[in-house]
Write a protein that binds this ligand. Sequence first.
Ligand SMILES: C[S@@+](CC[C@H](N)C(=O)[O-])C[C@H]1O[C@@H](n2cnc3c(N)ncnc32)[C@H](O)[C@@H]1O
Ligand code: SF4
Length: 417
Amino acid sequence: MSVITDLTRMWLTRSTKPFTFYNEYDQSLHFQNCENLGLYVHIPFCESICNFCPYCKEIYSKEKCDKYIDALLEEIRMVGSQNPDKKQVTSLYFGGGTPALATGRLKEIIDTLQEYFIITEGIGLELHPRNVNVETLTKLKSAGITKISIGIQSFQQKYQDILGREVVDIEKMAAALAQVEFETVSMDFIFALPNQTYIDLKRDIELAFSHGANHVAIYPFIDFTFTSSKVKVMNKKEKRALLDEITKYCLQQGYVRSSIWTFSSEADAKYSSMTRDNFLGFGCSATTLLRDQFKINTFSVEEYCKRIAEQKLATSLTIRFTERQRMIYYLFWTAYSTRVDSRDFEKFFGKSLQKMYGVELWIAKMLGFVKEKDGIYEMTLKGAFYYHYYENFYTLAYIDKMWGIMRKEAFPEKIEL
Ligand SMILES: C[S@@+](CC[C@H](N)C(=O)[O-])C[C@H]1O[C@@H](n2cnc3c(N)ncnc32)[C@H](O)[C@@H]1O
Ligand code: SF4
């Protein structure tokens, strides 16, 4: 498996040089001239821990969470104050963990960010189904949240049992959502669970759209090596059939494919913390992607708070890009939206996409992975499947390795991918 990712990396970056992350960082970040910059804030606390989940999180306690948020506000000030004026950014997303556990302090976090940034496309936040009640939704809305994403996984007991999650009370959830409206209400599902069928998945999607969602995300189940999950992975053939059927169904229903995993029933409904050219991440495990570098904060809540108290950024690892490496990062993130516009690429790099990756694009067209019209490369159904498939390899070869190490060591010396 890693042979495939290694060879692809060497080919696409035209170099044998691996992606190397070092235990070093810049205290001063160059985001002042970045266009299409997004913000991300990580809240690493949950009421209970799901054994399949790879994200950086720990069991919630009010004391720990308050201490963490004090540090988070300080990190925001440390970074935000590096720009003399207010910097325009596209969006702000809160992820976790379960960020709704910090509802009481969200306004403070958003206000602090707004001292330094002008957010133009709204604020999103991830919710556990337990958080979907009128009281919490009202607080979130008054704090400025405009989009929510609820981690449903499945509406069916058999799959919730497999995942060790409780069954969602769908009517109660719909009643709360009907009382407090948001621009985007997204619901997350996990697919490719053992024996899951197209009918199961279709039913879940329909229930979502008829119970308050205008956007759904369907994530393939990924078996991270460092989790204790015993859930079996579906084989490639079955997974492909399932993904193709559900994609065709969604398109036939007139849902818009807003990204590789997501469908919207209303064109304006968007929820994506992935597809931005540059982003600044705050909090444990949060990543920052800039023109010249990608960096990742420590996974340790304790070490994060300590570093920030010393007025130092809590960066654990940094990779400084070669131009081709940055291009690969750009294409990889942009491809989540299922399309790459060669004009945007040229604007970002000052170089033509055709010149840099003409051969690869030609091969992708010949293999039926993409179609091109007026310089826009759009993924076909087949292309989307293989992107999904390759992304799975990438996740296991790169993210699994990196997160596996970072969960154990707050500041590893070096990681080569
Ligand atoms: C941070 S959680 C969502 C919010 C909330 N903590 C919850 O669980 O409801 C993000 C989402 O990642 C997805 N996820 C977690 N572990 C996964 C895995 N092993 N494979 C695929 N998707 C996963 C789930 O769909 C989950 O809803
Ligand atoms: S899936 Fe959500 S609730 Fe479960 S451990 Fe992960 S972040 Fe926490």
